[in-house]
Design a protein around this ligand. Structure first.
Ligand code: IPE
Ligand code: IPE
Ligand code: MG
Length: 247
């Protein structure tokens, strides 16, 4: 008998391949980034339909500031426009929006709009949507370590009490279900400094599909693939078979 379908509780996606998608159409890279918006909407809808609890999208990495200036400013413009246009719809769908990353790296206008969108959707529970911007996995570990050091310095935490679980509480997304499925589109098989800590036991899924072409059907394929994986967490297959799955 087949095991019951397992839906990942938390999915993260490296939305890669916009530039190549545009290049294949003899268009500027920003054309590909714009086209990627449709894929974002579709995947959000797919997650809501399938009952995924949290979705974390990599929109701009700490390293992406090194892109050509016109591409960076096109991306910032796109974020602003998307914030203006999409937040009402997300709110109506019951999506809670969070931006994760070093938001201090953005201009006041963009940062304030991000903060307003987060506050506005804070009570929503249907899908926890996290957009990683100016995010890096190493930055995340450092900011958590700094907070731990501050707590130790203030005498609120004993050094001996600082273990993986404790440091994990200061990592981004700590309040959400653990990351189950890590997807990267665009054909590259690397993490590119995305969720290093959180991906420790995530299932990895790579597809050649370029991000603007990714849709609900592609998402469903990734989820099907995930459902067939055996998550052993260091144990043996026999041990796993003998335990009742969490859901
Ligand atoms: C990902 O697509 C989007 C961002 C990094 C913002 P790319 O722009 O990296 O597209 P490719 O990899 O060049 O095709
Ligand atoms: C990772 O894609 C970042 C985002 C998708 C936002 P990149 O295209 O920047 O990654 P590398 O440079 O190919 O590793
Ligand atoms: Mg890329």
């Amino acid at each position: 008998m087949n095991a019951p379908a397992r839906v990942p509780r938390h999915i993260a996606i490296v939305m890669d391949g916009n530039g190549r998608w545009a290049k294949a159409r003899f268009q500027p890279r920003s054309f590909g980034h714009n086209a990627g918006r449709k894929a974002v909407r579709d995947v959000i809808e797919g997650c809501v339909r399938q009952g995924v609890e949290a979705l974390t999208l990599f929109a701009f990495s700490s390293e992406n500031w090194q892109r050509p200036e016109d591409e960076v400013s096109a991306l910032m413009g796109l974020f602003l426009r998307a914030l203006d246009k999409e937040v009402d719809e997300l709110h109506a769908q019951g999506v809670r929006l969070r931006f994760v990353g070093d938001l201090a790296g953005f201009g006041d206008e963009l940062r304030q709009r991000m903060e307003r969108a987060m506050a506005r959707t804070a009570q929503n529970t249907r899908l926890q949507l996290n957009i990683a911007v100016n995010y890096g996995g190493r930055w995340d570990i450092v900011q958590a370590a700094r907070q731990a050091a501050l707590a130790i310095g203030r005498g609120e935490l004993a050094l001996e009490a600082l273990d993986e679980a404790m440091l994990g509480r200061w990592m981004s997304l700590a309040e959400l279900p653990p990351l189950d499925l890590f997807i990267r589109t665009g054909g590259e098989q690397r993490i590119s400094n995305f969720l290093l800590w959180q991906a420790a036991y995530a299932e990895l899924y790579f597809t050649d599909t370029l991000w603007p072409d990714f849709d609900q059907a592609c998402l469903a394929r990734a989820i099907d693939d995930y459902a067939r994986r055996e998550r052993r967490y260091g144990r043996t297959s026999e041990q796993v078979a003998a335990t009742v799955p969490p859901r």
